[in-house]
Design a protein around this ligand. Structure first.
Ligand SMILES: [Zn+2]
Length: 107
């Protein structure tokens, strides 16, 4: 299973208010997860391709690009939200010793 975590900003489905969460988007290259092997009749569960989760903020932008493949849409969204993604990365980085000392003195 693909975890419901926004592939752009890594926001978790459970971090959003109920009823306002994101959703999975099926792109042009979506392939269903259920496949039956025609030779053996065996049923296999594969990771679906062309299928990504987006948080409520990024969902409308992803849906607007769902006529593209997941990879094309992801590249386009990454450049569209480059600044925002960079800010999130920096906010999630551990603070250096100097930053922690500065923060302690400012409290
Ligand atoms: Zn997001």
């Amino acid at each position: 299973m693909i975890p419901p975590i926004c592939c752009l900003c890594h926001k978790d489905y459970y971090d959003e208010p109920p009823g306002c969460a994101g959703e999975f988007v099926k792109f042009k290259n979506y392939q269903a997860i259920n496949e039956v092997n025609t030779d053996t009749g065996a049923f296999t569960l594969n990771e679906p391709s062309g299928y990504r989760y987006f948080c409520s903020r990024h969902l409308p932008h992803a849906v607007a690009l769902s006529h593209k493949t997941a990879e094309e849409a992801f590249d386009a969204l990454q450049s569209q939200f480059a600044d925002e993604i960079e800010q999130i990365k920096q906010a999630n980085q551990p603070l250096s010793l100097w930053q922690r000392v500065k923060r302690a003195f400012n409290q």
